[in-house]
Design a protein around this ligand. Structure first.
Ligand code: G3H
Ligand code: ZN
Length: 288
């Protein structure tokens, strides 16, 4: 564990063309799997909790768990409040020690999105907490497995001009953009392709604001690599971790129907999460 900040790492990833993974969690075992993977590959890591995940774990408990794990695993880890829509919860996350908050006003008209994002920035920056805004909507919800092809609506993609205006007026540190990915995965494993041209256009207009790719699960590896080359520095993964965790437990109970001791069956879920996170960190290109 060092004293380096999240801002330092995001700047470094811009300079050296890699991305830092944000891995969401809502259980102690997922958290453990994420830390074990980060330690193994000597990588900094961002831990994400959505409103639902934070409500389940408790904001104070989440911070405490991450703080103690940073010391135990000697990993530079940063907590991000993911897709915050409720300003009171966002403020709580800032007050209780999150390193970053994501204000998701993507379903609001741009004017309103800007107005609320400004309020979040004003509050969070006083405490040196980074703020991620969002322009363009990233559809659906993590965990979902779509049987049919997922169609992104053109109107939901990030409009580069709007992105430029949003970052100028709000002074957010990072921007989540909609460039073809969505939350969840397609059952047949062919998620839509990333709109690389759109990404280039956005990058040109927003300069050094940190660009964030949401809906990372199921996205093709080659698309991820190209997106990183074009300026994505943070990639959010949730669905694939939830599926790995749940499948490990289900398969365990199919074989050992009478196992009732949590500390005997839960390590399988930790291993599954660790493996998945390790693969993603390697894909995102960070070298020690
Ligand atoms: O904010 C969280 C992420 O965007 C997760 O997306 O569930 O498709 O991995 P995912
Ligand atoms: Zn997301």
């Amino acid at each position: 564990m060092s004293n380096l900040t999240l801002k330092y790492y995001l700047k470094d990833s811009q300079k050296n063309h890699y991305a830092i993974g944000q891995f969401n969690f809502s259980t102690f075992e997922q958290l453990r799997g994420i830390f074990m993977a980060a330690k193994k590959v000597k990588s900094p890591v961002i831990l994400g909790t959505s409103e639902g995940e934070s409500n389940y774990l408790g904001i104070k408990e989440t911070v405490a768990l991450v703080e103690i794990s940073k010391i135990k695993y000697k990993v530079d880890a940063f907590l991000n409040f993911d897709h915050g829509k409720n300003l009171d919860l966002i403020k709580k996350a800032v007050d209780y020690g999150y390193s970053a908050v994501h204000f998701d006003g993507s379903r609001m008209p741009l004017e309103e999105n800007i107005k609320y994002a400004k309020k979040v920035v004003e509050y969070a920056h006083k405490k040196n907490v980074l703020v991620e805004g969002e322009v363009g909507a990233i559809g659906t919800e993590s965990s979902k497995i779509y049987k049919k092809d997922f169609k992104i609506k053109e109107k939901d993609l990030t409009n580069p001009e709007e992105a430029e205006r949003f970052v100028k007026e709000t002074r957010v540190d990072s921007l989540a953009i909609s460039i073809g990915t969505f939350h969840g995965i397609e059952a047949h494993g062919r998620n839509p392709r990333i709109r690389l041209e759109r990404l280039k256009e956005i990058k040109k207009r927003i300069g050094n604001v940190f660009l964030v790719l949401h809906g990372g699960s199921g996205t093709r590896d080659d698309d991820i690599k190209k997106a990183i080359k074009l300026g994505i520095v943070k990639i959010n993964i949730n669905t694939e971790l939830r599926i790995a965790y749940t499948r490990a437990l289900k398969s365990n109970f199919r074989k050992k129907t009478e196992e009732n001791t949590p500390y005997k069956y839960l390590p399988r879920a930790i291993d599954a999460v660790q493996k998945k996170v390790g693969e993603k960190i390697k894909l995102f290109g960070i070298k020690n």
